[in-house]
Ligand binder design. Structure first.
Ligand SMILES: [Zn+2]
Length: 356
């Protein structure tokens, strides 16, 4: 990556109102059949254009072709019965009606690879593609077959690895795994969560990222956040093992969160996507607020490893708010880039003055 502080989003962006009900998660499609396929691709191009107009450096599909970041991937697999539903608690937080694992899970054909090829054709910029992580996948299902969270996670890791290799071949530069579950199940994260994630990236040459957040700005998540107290130290549990893992980039929620920034010291050496945009509020950050979050992070992340980003996906926001936030992210990163450039100009001026 040539640009210092390359900006990106955590993943999803709002969908056009003609494609799906806006500002809603799991929003049903408004088109069908061939029209839906065409509509998804049109939405992907618009979403890419929004990112480009805002000056985002690492672009994505805005997750325009999927209804939900976990379910859409699972829908394409064998072994899961979407008609057989059970109510389970997702991430120990809220009840949801989920499909049932009824037999061995397998992937008959690629899920997102055609979409990724389409995105690749549209731009020469670096592209990032998000997949769900194994632990977050198992947490969104009722398992009536393996009867072991760990066993099912290893199976999903194998499947994710097949998909990731095809995404890499399609020209994806960064493959990101979304693991909000890493903020909840600390023992499992350390016992097998990070290990299954490493299985999912086995043999990849492109860069890899893990996104760990406190969730979309929906009520169940904001209510949960209220119970977490004044200091959110959840990251502390997973960071030591993540620091030693083969994952290249760690994507985190930082702005407006109660995560103590010094926890980032625990992953020193890794690239960090620093969430400098709050996705749980319609208030658009000022560039200076974004810059402030990045400056705080720079105390613990080397400048060449800092990737300004959003706290989480922006699918539930309005288009106007999301665009405003993309612009703020870009402008905030610019402020800090200029500061870094003038600081390094000053220090080289000083060192040449000293050597005279
Ligand atoms: Zn997230």
């Amino acid at each position: 990556m040539k640009t210092l502080l390359p900006t990106s989003t955590a993943g999803s962006l709002p969908k056009p109102a003609w494609l799906a009900e806006p500002e809603t998660l799991w929003s049903p499609w408004k088109l069908h059949g061939e029209e839906l396929t065409q509509g998804k691709h049109d939405a992907l191009r618009l979403s890419l254009q929004d990112q480009q107009q805002a000056g985002i450096d690492i672009v994505s599909d805005g997750e325009q072709t999927r209804q939900h970041f976990v379910t859409t991937f699972i829908e394409h697999l064998n072994g899961v019965d979407f008609k057989k539903r059970k109510t389970v608690k997702i991430r120990d937080r809220y009840d949801a009606s989920v499909p049932t694992v009824v037999g061995p899970v397998t992937r008959q054909k690629s899920v997102f690879v055609e979409d990724a090829k389409f995105l690749r054709q549209q731009t020469k910029q670096p592209i990032k593609w998000a997949l769900p992580g194994p632990m977050t996948m198992i947490d969104t299902l009722y398992d009536d077959h393996y009867k072991s969270r760990e066993k099912l996670a290893w199976e999903f890791a194998k499947i994710l690895n097949q998909e990731a290799k095809e995404l890499e071949a399609a020209g994806v530069d960064i493959i990101q795994f979304d693991e909000p579950a890493f903020n909840v199940f600390f023992d499992e994260v350390n016992d097998w969560g990070i290990a299954t994630l490493e299985r999912a990236i086995e043999g990849l040459n492109c860069e890899t990222a893990v996104h760990i957040c406190y969730g979309y700005g929906i009520k169940a998540n904001t209510d949960w956040k209220k119970t977490l107290g004044s200091e959110w130290r959840q990251y502390e549990k997973a960071f030591p093992k993540l620091q030693k893992s083969n994952i290249d980039i760690i994507s985190l929620e930082c702005h407006n969160s109660h995560v103590p920034m010094d926890l980032l010291e625990l992953i020193r050496g890794k690239k960090v996507m620093v969430g400098a945009i709050d996705v749980a509020t319609d208030t658009i950050e000022t560039p200076e607020e974004v810059a402030n979050t990045l400056r705080k992070a720079l105390q613990f992340v080397d400048a060449d490893k800092l990737y300004p980003s959003t706290n989480c996906g922006m699918a539930p926001l309005s288009h106007q708010v999301a665009r405003g936030k993309l612009n703020a992210l870009s402008a905030g990163a610019d402020i800090v880039r200029q500061e870094l450039a003038s600081a390094s100009a000053n220090s080289s001026a000083n060192s040449s003055a000293n050597s005279n």
